[in-house]
Design a protein around this ligand. Sequence first.
Ligand code: PGA
Length: 251
Amino acid sequence: MRSRHLLAGNWKMNLGPQQAKNYAHQLRETCKDLSKTDVWIAPPDVSLPGVIEELRGSPIMVGAQNVHWADNGAFTGETSPSFLQELGCAFAIVGHSERRTYFGETSPVVAKRAVGAIAAGLTALVCIGETEAERVGDRTEAVLEEQLNPVLEALSKDTATKLVLAYEPVWAIGTGKVASLDEISQTHAFIQKVWARYSLNAPCIVLYGGSVNPSNFEAILSLQEVDGALVGGASLKADQWLELIKIAERV
Ligand code: PGA
């Protein structure tokens, strides 16, 4: 269990440079003091410079939505972790289900990306989660292990502190269908059990993601096994995002 809550917003392919900068300005003005919540946002890569500039000196941390494992080289269309670090990014999301589903990212590739991010000084926010068919077919735990093992195998005691996990059931992402509180706590407990097998000597931090909004967040965050949330849709609407931050500060 983390001592502070972590609320991460994934803007996906929304908010180009100017819109993102305007939104970041609004967030900066309204999130000056955060007593028990770390707030992270992940704009699209092209919007990162403006958002980082806008949030300099603010407690809000900025990161990328994906990252390559190599520092440089012939990898057309990819982004180097050290370039992101130089720009002022604190973290990178890796292995989001949209990357796995639409861009064919496998768990070993996700592990490579996470290791590259961590080596460059970023925190890797690795997403895992089962599809609806996998949950119905009672394969959730097997799928999560298959996604987790390559990442945990690649870490050492020193690097594990730079890893944060997000459990995002694929069927709950952007659908308005949230996992039940029982499903969330049981699945997070399972993830913590897998983590414990690796003697990593670092706390296992697990966020929940999938249709989190101001009306369901308090109950989810109150679960002992939940350290925070990774939020898509509701992170794009200032009123909802600020409400989520308020809840995280209160719970
Ligand atoms: P959602 O997305 O909050 O819109 O369901 C979550 C995510 O994709 O990280």
